[in-house]
Design a protein around this ligand. Structure first.
Ligand code: SER
Length: 360
């Protein structure tokens, strides 16, 4: 089949569906997104697609199947100051993942990731760079000899970049990441993957094989596992050819509504206003999901995270010149945008709007 006959995958929904379909055809069980409130005392919120599977990786809970795939809603607030400022930092994001619980390992994880991004998402080889953990010769060899990637496209990085763990303790392991190169014409010499204008990391393959204890000691997990994460918003930016994640169909309708209320135009706005628009767009998604999952605004823990996000939205609304109550209108657009994939948003519509109204 020529590529012209294969339907191009563009929208956020198409990207999510194609991912889950691809892995379910590879015998992965589709697991619905878990709550943002994790069943895990070491973290306040679900920060990665693997979090609901942490007890399975640790051998504390039975595996739901040997292979699983999910689109997991996640929230990270450690980089909140970067949200709206960089092209791709978010509080709320959706992480697409495929998981092996003591079943396949590096070879299949790499081969399938490659098949997915080149055949299904149809990215060109010229736009892909991969990184591997510098001590992981096995992965580098698979990329080079079995996938056939030119060695100049394989970058070896240290622990900071290519050894993943969900926290100070717990399951962890070396990883291999796929990056998209927006400027392949610049060549493969002196590649700096930290250059966020040129490269975006979009798919992380973690070879989860150790447990780290509080002293930092690594011991082998009972099984060798796979944990991967593809940022849905990042893949949308790539396939929709947008300058940043906020301009994709996953977030932009919310920004358009804020523009309508503030009576401004996004594209002709200055950087300062654009940042405010992006912050409100980002936080809207986090806030509606947090409330829907049972968080109420307060001065403690998760409740304080919610309160802080809502206050930041109000403040940026003021900076845009909005003086009337506006958050319920914005939240309604967010709920409508996401309710097909997250029906709880529809069921909890009144609860969400009430909580936001009171806080505002
Ligand atoms: N857990 C890894 C990450 O969050 C891969 O899913 O990047």
């Amino acid at each position: 089949m020529t590529s012209q006959l294969i339907k191009k995958i563009v929208t956020g929904d198409e990207i999510r569906n194609a991912f889950l379909k691809f892995y379910s055809e590879k015998l992965h069980k589709i697991i619905p997104s878990a709550s943002l409130i994790p069943d895990d005392p070491t973290v306040m919120l679900t920060i990665a697609g693997m979090l609901p599977f942490k007890p399975v990786f640790l051998g504390l809970k039975e595996r739901p199947s040997k292979r699983a795939t999910s689109s997991q809603k996640c929230i990270r607030t450690n980089d909140i100051e970067n949200v709206g400022v960089t092209a791709r930092h978010h509080t709320f994001f959706e992480m697409l993942g495929n998981f092996s619980f003591g079943d396949y390992f590096k070879r299949e994880a790499i081969q399938w990731a490659w098949e997915l991004v080149t055949n299904i998402y149809q990215l060109s080889v010229e736009n892909i760079i991969v990184s591997v953990f510098h001590e992981d010769g096995e992965s580098a060899k698979i990329w080079r000899d079995e996938i056939g990637i030119h060695p100049d496209r394989i970058v070896k990085l240290g622990e900071k970049d290519n050894f993943w763990s969900s926290g100070k303790t717990g399951p962890c392991g070396p990883c291999s990441e796929l990056y998209y190169d927006f400027n392949p014409e610049k060549g493969l010499q002196n590649i700096d993957l930290e250059d966020g204008d040129r490269f975006i990391e979009f798919y992380n393959l973690v070879f989860m094989q150790y447990n780290r204890d509080s002293s930092g000691k690594l011991t082998d997990l009972k099984f060798k596992n796979i944990d991967t994460g593809m940022g849905l918003e990042r893949m949308a930016q790539i396939l929709q050819k947008k300058k940043n994640n906020y301009e994709t169909d996953l977030i932009f309708p919310i920004i358009q509504k804020i523009c309508e209320i503030a009576n401004i135009d996004y594209f002709s706005s200055d950087d300062k206003n654009k940042i405010s628009l992006k912050i409100i767009g980002d936080h809207t998604r986090a806030v509606i999901h947090l409330i829907s999952d049972g968080v109420a605004a307060s001065n403690l823990g998760r409740g304080y995270i919610l309160r802080r996000l809502i206050r930041r939205m109000v403040r940026h609304g003021r900076l845009l010149g909005i003086t009337n109550e506006f958050l319920p209108h914005i939240a309604t657009v967010g709920i409508n945008l996401m309710q097909n994939n997250y029906p709880d948003l529809k069921n909890n519509n009144d609860l969400i709007l009430n909580e936001i109204k009171i806080e505002e």
